[in-house]
Design a protein around this ligand. Structure first.
Ligand SMILES: Cc1cc2nc3c(=O)[nH]c(=O)nc-3n(C[C@H](O)[C@H](O)[C@H](O)COP(=O)(O)OP(=O)(O)OC[C@H]3O[C@@H](n4cnc5c(N)ncnc54)[C@H](O)[C@@H]3O)c2cc1C
Length: 565
């Protein structure tokens, strides 16, 4: 990702000024009660497991089965963009164009639109970061231009209510229907959209499906995964909760498609439209409120290029130069050894099908080696992209993990220490453990840290500090440019031993070993913790003493976890 080059002292100065702003650490301690006054309980979560409560994804599928498409009195087709802000290989958009072409044969005046809906309350409830929202706003402007070249206007609708309402509410359904009616001048509209797998979003879609009528028909599609949720099950038809066997099936599934084509994944490319609708391209009037931008360093921030082309060229660069070294370099803290594609993937500026198709070209015809341990660098890169699918599948299978609950419900009994002062020090990079502080400061300053960094800091928070992993999970969402609830919950569950296919509880990262292995010359640490630049082996006065003793805190974690599990 292209970012401004900053000197270490700038980084620290900027972090200090940000500290003055960051005051409400309590918001990370629990779900926001304004939006979730009655959070799900362990019993409620178990209802999904014992099938006494239907999973939202199943409800969507059931409702969709009953649907029939009718073009009667329909004049408008509209694609509703969500986390799929791209033209290239977008299933819902592709279907939208196909439906429109069918409709056009019946109604020569039919129109095709695209829409994006802003609900700031959804952003607040989900703790979307300023970095990510700024990226989305830039991407929308760019998308508006690209769509205009296809003669498709992109509308921006804002849903605001005085009482802070999420989009899974009946108020939203009314708002949405009314907006559609206005666009189609009182006739019917067909909406296409790609499914988002978090429960709030699925319940929003369910509500809309339940309120379908002749004025509004909704068509939802699987798009964000390479293999859609529900397609990979064990031979007994149950859901996988362990990655490796799931991944082997995933590979089989993908290879099966490849047998009949030259590509490994099917891409959905829209043909040029024979359609020449003219309209005035008006700049969007919306600007992000300050509350979402307060954590962004004003003087130095630099967003990655938001265009679809930038995502493609980033992929090309990565596959051309770095991917062959991925196995050795992906974890190094001082190198950019990974693709840096996550913000593009999270916001949907690039499809993971396209990524895997392109990466596959350098895999000698095999997406995975016969023995997993022999996977080449590029094969392992594809495997990482598969982890993203895995976590999405899991969120559909265990929906309570999208409602603030751990996958392993027994871990609710862990007696967290939850020291708010220790939490603040972790958040702001002042724990006195250099590697943790360097990573947390980088996160604050840039909105991005690599996977190893996320694992190190998540392990430190949940094990060494014994702070409920959900505090850290929320902090990450609020500060990551690529914040994605299923991967974030999945990653935190893995590191804190509370989630799906997690590390065993007795695996506690040793911070000294992590530092020696992934930043042996302290290049990364000295960049972000400039206090340590000139300190040979002595701890300088202006750098905090370690918040915990690593050995003692490890033993404490083992005991507390063991007592609960
Ligand atoms: C505690 C924790 C929190 C995380 N939170 C997020 C998050 O909010 N959003 C997010 O996109 N990823 C998250 N991850 C996964 C991973 O760290 C990032 O996807 C990755 O660091 C992004 O950088 P990259 O694009 O350069 O990755 P690359 O190594 O180049 O990987 C390419 C893509 O594969 C996917 N991917 C890679 N590793 C993982 C993984 N372990 N799990 C799921 N998908 C993966 C991502 O889409 C990534 O962009 C988290 C991991 C942990 C341990």
């Amino acid at each position: 990702m292209k970012r401004t080059v900053i000197s270490s002292s700038n980084a620290y100065a900027s972090k200090r000024s940000r500290l003055d702003i960051e005051h409400d650490f309590e918001q990370y301690h629990s779900l926001n009660k304004k939006y979730y006054p009655r959070p799900i309980t362990r019993t409620g979560a178990n209802q999904f497991n014992n099938k006494s409560r239907a999973k939202p994804m199943e409800i969507v599928e059931k409702l969709q089965k009953k649907q029939k498409t009718s073009f009667e009195n329909v004049s408008t087709v509209m694609h509703w963009f969500r986390n799929d802000l791209r033209l290239y290989d977008n299933v819902g958009l592709y279907k939208s164009v196909a439906l429109f072409q069918q409709l056009r044969q019946k109604n020569a005046k039919a129109k095709l639109y695209a829409v994006y809906v802003i609900n700031e309350d959804d952003w607040r409830a989900h703790m979307d970061s300023g970095w990510k929202l700024m990226f989305i706003m830039g991407a929308l402007k760019n998308l508006q231009q690209s769509l205009a070249e296809l003669h498709i206007p992109l509308l921006l609708w804002e849903f605001h209510t005085p009482k802070s309402t999420l989009s899974n509410s009946k108020e939203f359904v009314e708002f949405f229907k009314e907006k559609c009616m206005n666009v189609s001048s009182g006739t019917g509209t067909i909406i296409t959209a790609n499914i988002e797998y978090q429960t709030d979003e699925l319940y929003r879609d369910i509500r809309l499906l339940e309120n379908e009528d002749h004025r509004l028909q909704l068509k939802y599609y699987h798009d964000s995964c390479i293999v859609a949720p529900g397609l990979i099950t064990t031979d007994r038809g149950t859901n996988y909760s362990v990655f490796t066997p799931w991944y082997k099936k995933w590979v089989l599934y993908v290879n099966n498609y490849k047998k009949s084509t030259s590509e490994i994944c099917h891409l959905h490319i829209i043909e040029p439209l024979k359609y020449n609708e003219t309209f005035e391209l008006k700049p969007f009037q919306y600007s992000l409120p300050d509350e979402f931008l307060q954590y962004i360093p004003k003087s130095k921030w630099c967003l990655p290029d938001v265009s679809e082309e930038a995502a493609l060229s980033r992929l090309k660069d990565f596959l051309g130069t770095k991917s062959s070294k991925y196995n050795n370099e992906k974890d190094m803290l001082y190198l950019g050894g990974t693709s840096g594609l996550s913000v593009y993937i999270t916001t949907g500026r690039i499809s993971t099908r396209l990524i895997v198709n392109q990466a596959f070209q350098s895999c000698n015809g095999q997406i995975m080696s016969k023995a997993l341990k022999d996977n080449s660098s590029t094969q392992n890169f594809i495997k990482e992209v598969a982890w993203r699918d895995f976590y999405r599948h899991c969120m559909c299978n265990w929906p309570y993990t999208s409602m603030g609950m751990p996958y392993r419900l027994d871990t609710l009994d862990i007696k967290w220490e939850n020291n708010p002062v220790a939490f603040e020090k972790w958040c702001t990079g002042n724990t006195g453990i250099p590697i943790v502080d360097a990573i947390m400061r980088k996160l604050l300053y840039t909105g991005y840290i690599n996977n190893r960094s996320r694992m190190i800091t998540a392990s430190f928070l949940s094990k060494n500090l014994l702070i409920d992993w959900r505090w850290g999970e929320r902090w990450f969402m609020k500060h990551l440019i690529d914040g994605d609830s299923s991967s974030n919950v999945g990653g935190w569950g893995f590191c804190s031993s509370t989630g799906i296919d997690a590390q065993p509880y007795f695996r506690v990262f040793n911070m000294d070993i992590q530092a020696k292995k992934y930043d042996p010359q302290m290049i990364f640490v000295k960049q972000w913790v400039p206090e340590l630049i000139s300190s040979e082996n002595k701890r300088p006065e202006n750098y905090p003493k370690p918040l915990v003793d690593l050995k003692h805190s490890r033993e404490r974690a083992l005991k507390v976890y063991k007592d609960a599990m």
